[in-house]
Write a protein that binds this ligand. Structure first.
Ligand code: DAK
Length: 260
């Protein structure tokens, strides 16, 4: 698959997706959202891929938001429709992907960019990263899941402060708030993301996918996460990975999981 606005490579069990619109500080336009959606699906269906790392090209920005030029003259109906399709095609897709996704945040991570990072399962940031949801300064609100995922990550009071002030926050403060898991030097960012990916890759892909489903279920409306956990726990016993993992332990060997 060839892409115009992103770079995709697979090596060492990792799919690296780099958003590549440096002149626009990697702002997300419709084409980028569509390409990201395709790449994430491709990553999930590639059995060689154990983790996906998403980042932005260059050292200035992860993603400086949705492309303002593109949404500047939207109508009410377009805004609603594009929000709905964006949720479905990218942000919800990433959140519910069975393959773990790590956001490597290297600079400005604003608006739709932060919403993308928040849909990922893990976030690591470089020490120059700046995070914020500036939407209300443009007269809109976060429209790609930001009002919900920020609240889940940092709590209602902090989420409302960040949204209402439209301010930017440095990486260290974002870590204190629970918005990112780790902060490191810029030149060590990909190394840190890859190290986490390496630790994930030792474990059962099948079980990891089931765990993602169970964790997400608890945040879904009208769904009892404990019941989903019980179901997924049971399902795990029927997998090849379970047989491989337990046999390897009993034989004092390292497991070689198939993801089945
Ligand atoms: N969109 C388009 N172009 C952008 C951009 C963006 N979000 N951010 C930066 N650029 C472009 C700039 O226009 C500039 O282009 P040229 O003028 O050189 O052609 C180039 O990138 C470099 O930017 P600056 O010259 O401004 O660089 P600085 O270092 O001075 O400043 C900055 C960096 C990140 C502080 C600044 O660029 C900035 O404030 N950028 C805008 C941040 C922002 O407000 N982002 C949008 C947040 S709102 C939707 C759902 C969700 C959303 C929208 C629609 N639907 C469902 C339809 C989400 C909205 C948002 O993300």
């Amino acid at each position: 698959m060839s892409y115009q606005t992103i770079l995709v490579e697979v090596a060492d069990a990792i799919m690296r997706i780099t958003i590549n619109r440096p002149k626009q500080l990697n702002a997300l336009n419709g084409e980028t959202i569509a390409e990201l959606s395709t790449a994430f699906k491709e990553g999930e269906s590639n059995t060689e891929v154990r983790t996906i790392i998403v980042t932005g090209t260059g050292d200035k920005a992860f993603v400086a938001g949705a492309d303002i030029k593109e949404f500047a003259d939207f109508s009410v109906a377009q805004g609603r429709e594009l929000s709905k399709s964006g949720h479905r095609n990218l942000f919800d897709l990433v959140e519910s992907l069975k393959t773990p996704v790590i956001a490597a945040i290297n600079g400005y991570c604003l608006g739709g960019g932060l919403e993308l990072a928040m849909a990922c399962h893990i976030r690591v940031a470089s020490d120059n990263a700046m995070m914020g949801l500036p939407e209300v300064s443009l007269g809109v609100i976060p429209g790609y899941g930001g009002t919900q995922r920020l609240t889940q990550l940092v709590g209602k009071g902090k989420a409302l402060e960040m949204i209402m002030t439209a301010g930017m926050m440095k990486a260290e403060e974002a870590k204190e708030w629970g918005l990112v898991n780790h902060v490191t030097f810029q030149n060590e960012l990909m190394g840190m993301a890859e190290k986490i990916a390496g630790r994930i890759a030792k474990n059962s892909p099948k079980a990891i996918g089931l765990a993602i489903e169970a964790v997400n279920a608890g945040l879904e409306d009208g769904v009892n996460g404990f019941n989903v956990e019980i179901e997924k726990f049971g399902e795990a016993f029927g997998t090849e990975d379970f047989a491989i993992g337990t046999q390897a332990f009993l034989n004092k060997e390292k497991p070689s999981f198939t993801g089945k």
